[in-house]
Design a binder for this molecule. Structure first.
Ligand code: ZN
Length: 441
């Protein structure tokens, strides 16, 4: 069956024909549509089959899978932080720059969809195929494909091109176009490798003298054309990368940051974690870490700092738990499950058995209700189980637990992370109705 026939049969039965659905159903046909020196693309393939790209049925996956552990959630940002101690940037560094941290349907529902060069979108998600389809369409309709021009009339397209192809030239080539014929360099300014190096040195000099802050887009694009990375271009020009990046990325800033993180080694529990966040998310420090080390873990390893100093887990070991119990005791709090308003501490105690002997009332039976990580999808499973057993809708379930309807729906859809108080309310209702949670949940 060829592409045209397949499209017609799908369209006739009302089945999805958007790029992401086709990539799942028939990746071979999709690749075929984008193969060769002059690809047809998917949009033109639809039109060849007599199907209007604006009228196709769209289908998106509701969950995205975590590349580390394989769990599926609508968004995995919080999961990455809680379960794998990594940020979205670190995740993409490890698993690829275009690795998604939210599901297709989540992204489709947040798709801006502003027209590009005055033309409306026919898909609701970016992908390498969609970038090519756009380039082909703009080219067909006589639009200017110069990068600088497109930045002004459709920045998401140029951003998508850079993300999926590394450079705008590569994106044009993937669409079967010759970038050299489309280029707009001013007369007499044909870039060469040597000219890029010279211009980069000029820029570094101007920057050092505080006469320029950012390089021109034209130079930036030329660097991408001749070098795999900016760092490689700096190396060729005999410059340090710091000389061409923003002024705040200075060696002394790194030294200061490392010292601040080293000071965390001696702290425990909540205090350490809050200070770590305060340092990491302060004034470009995150970028500094990513640029110089790649991740906090690498920083710690390279600077000889104990791994616990950079862990995002609030309670990494028993010492953390005991420390925070000490603090509460000093403050005169009674150590009962109810008084432990800090849910993370209570969870760490019940999940690991750390410091249980210090609690003055019995902890909840762990076998009947095994500790549930609210960010792992377990909580959502429990919420659905609860509704099914009680045969009630989300509104009624929300009412019974005392959570707002919107919050219930958002948690169950994986749109927001549940707060400790919500987790407790849901577990209390399960307990009330004697709904046993199997080990799998
Ligand atoms: Zn995971």
């Amino acid at each position: 069956m060829d592409i045209t026939q397949w499209i017609r049969s799908r369209a006739a039965t009302g089945q999805p024909l958007n790029l992401h659905a086709v990539a799942r159903e028939r990746p071979d046909l999709l690749e075929l549509a984008f193969a060769g020196p002059t690809p047809r693309g998917w949009r033109r393939s639809l039109m060849d089959a007599g199907v209007d790209p604006y009228k196709i049925v769209h289908e998106y996956e509701k969950d995205v899978q975590c590349a580390v552990c394989g769990i599926s959630l609508a968004v995995i940002g919080t999961h990455l932080q809680i379960c794998h101690d990594m940020t979205g940037e670190e995740y993409r560094r490890e698993f690829g720059a275009d690795r998604e941290t939210s599901s297709e349907s989540f992204r489709a529902s947040h798709f801006g969809g502003r027209p590009i060069a005055g033309i409306a979108h026919w898909e609701q998600l970016w992908s390498r195929h969609y970038v090519i389809d756009w380039i082909l369409r703009l080219h067909d309709e006589g639009h200017d494909l110069n990068f600088q021009n497109l930045v002004n009339v459709g920045r998401p397209l140029t951003a998508g091109g850079l993300l999926h192809f590394g450079s705008w030239d590569a994106a044009l080539r993937a669409a079967g176009l010759n970038p050299d014929l489309l280029r707009h360099d001013p007369p007499g300014r044909q870039w060469t490798r040597q000219l890029v190096i010279d211009s980069l040195r000029d820029f570094a000099k101007l920057k050092k003298e505080n006469r320029r802050r950012q390089m021109s887009i034209s130079l930036d694009m030329a660097i991408r054309r001749y070098f795999p990375t900016r760092q490689a271009a700096c190396l060729a020009a005999g410059l340090k990368y710091e000389e061409i990046t923003l002024a705040r990325f200075k060696d002394e800033a790194v030294v200061k940051l490392v010292a601040a993180i080293r000071a965390l080694e001696g702290l425990k529990g909540r205090e350490r974690r809050l200070k770590l966040d305060a340092i990491y998310y302060h004034d470009g420090n995150q970028q500094l870490v990513l640029d110089h080390y790649g991740s906090l873990q690498v920083l710690a390893a390279r600077e000889g700092i104990a791994p616990r100093a950079v862990s995002r887990a609030m309670y990494r070991d028993e010492a953390d738990v005991q420390h925070d119990l000490d603090v509460l005791e000093r403050e005169g709090s009674s150590l009962t499950p109810d008084s432990l308003k800090n849910g993370a501490l209570y969870r760490a105690i019940t999940a690991n058995g750390w410091g249980t002997e210090r609690l003055t009332a019995k902890v909840r039976q762990p076998t009947l209700y095994p500790p549930c990580n609210p960010h792992s999808g377990q909580l959502r499973d429990r919420m659905i189980l609860l509704r099914r057993r009680l045969r009630i809708c989300t509104d009624a379930a929300a009412g019974k637990t005392g959570i707002s309807r919107k919050t219930w729906a958002n948690i169950e859809n994986g749109q927001v992370k549940a707060r400790e108080t919500s987790v407790e309310k849901i577990e209390r209702l399960l307990e009330e109705h004697q709904i046993h949670v199997s080990a799998a949940l």
